[in-house]
Design a protein around this ligand. Structure first.
Ligand SMILES: Nc1ncnc2c1ncn2[C@@H]1O[C@H](COP(=O)(O)OP(=O)(O)OP(=O)(O)O)[C@@H](O)[C@H]1O
Length: 285
């Protein structure tokens, strides 16, 4: 399938990464931001990416957006490997993907009204225009006469969201959309995002530090040290076994089971694995 066919299909994109590695080279030093990310997001699913600062969330988002090519691994969107797209195909893929990165509001046309911003961003069909309009209506900005530079931050973020969903993307990638909003503003923006994407069946991947924001998505994925460490919902977290067989221990266990601890791994039953500390190490504790 070509990127342009993908853009005209309806519903959400299936996203799958396999062993994605990304290394930044800074003044001759390598910084491994992603160390083998295996991720599966079903069409129409809304997923939050959480994790400490520096864990690789924004890098993963930029790789999914086609803004960076990973150093290794595959980034499969509807089965096509974005990491291997030609420049032309990558350009079309980026254009068809909804993006709301940090500071997205600063890329709006500040001298135009919200509705004008949405109209100028339009590249798709008449139906697509509806998605952007819907967000403006939900934010009470459809008939707003003020230009974007005169709106408060919440209004500007709502316009940035409207522009991001404007062309009915099958995949919407969002980075910290609510970080500078108060609780009410945050909830309004998320209401608009969930409503617009739910109706269209859009797949959403959202980076956030805020558990309350993450709870509005259907699944939370936690990154640590450039890998997916755990996933689940607020009260139900599961460690994720990587394609290389590795498992990250929950953060709270690291104090008693520090890196370098050696353990025997025993299958207790079909549903249970036990970790047994080596005898001489437990004596040293
Ligand atoms: N452009 C860059 N050049 C060099 N190193 C980078 C660059 N961007 C990120 N890094 C490094 O890559 C690692 C992952 O960064 P990234 O921004 O993806 O993490 P993050 O989880 O999104 O962090 P935050 O929550 O603070 O935004 C960090 O060590 C960071 O310093």
């Amino acid at each position: 399938m070509t990127a342009s066919t993908a853009a005209t299909r309806t519903g959400g994109a299936a996203v799958r990464t396999v062993g994605v590695v990304h290394v930044y080279r800074v003044f001759g030093t390598d910084v491994a931001a992603l160390r083998g990310v295996d991720l599966d997001v079903a069409p129409g699913e809304r997923v939050a990416l959480l994790g400490p600062s520096g864990s690789g969330k924004s890098t993963l988002l930029s790789v999914l957006a086609g803004l960076r090519r990973p150093s290794a691994g595959s980034v499969l969107v509807d089965g096509d490997d974005v990491a291997r797209f030609s420049e032309g195909r990558m350009y079309r893929y980026r254009a068809a993907t909804g993006l709301m990165l940090q500071g997205a509001a600063s890329n709006l046309l500040s001298y135009a009204t919200p509705a004008e911003n949405v109209r100028f961003a339009r590249t798709g069909t008449r139906a697509a225009l509806g998605a952007g309009r819907q967000v403006l209506e939900l934010a009470g900005l459809h008939d707003e006469r003020r230009t974007v530079d005169r709106l408060d931050r919440a209004g500007q973020q709502a316009v940035a969201l409207a522009v991001a969903v404007m062309n009915a993307p099958r995949l919407l990638l969002v980075d910290e959309p609510t970080s500078q909003l108060d609780d009410d503003e945050r909830d309004h923006l998320l209401d608009a995002l969930v409503e617009a994407t739910q109706q269209a069946g859009t797949t959403v991947v959202m980076v956030t530090h805020d558990e309350a924001v993450a709870a509005r998505m259907q699944r939370m994925i936690r990154m640590r040290d450039g890998r997916i460490g755990a996933e689940g919902l607020r009260h139900e977290q599961y460690a994720v076994i990587g394609s290389d067989g590795s498992v990250q221990l929950p953060e709270e266990l690291l104090a008693t089971w520090p890196a370098g601890s050696t353990v025997r791994v025993q299958a207790a039953s079909a549903d249970e694995i036990r970790l047994l500390r080596r005898a001489d190490e437990s004596r040293e504790q």
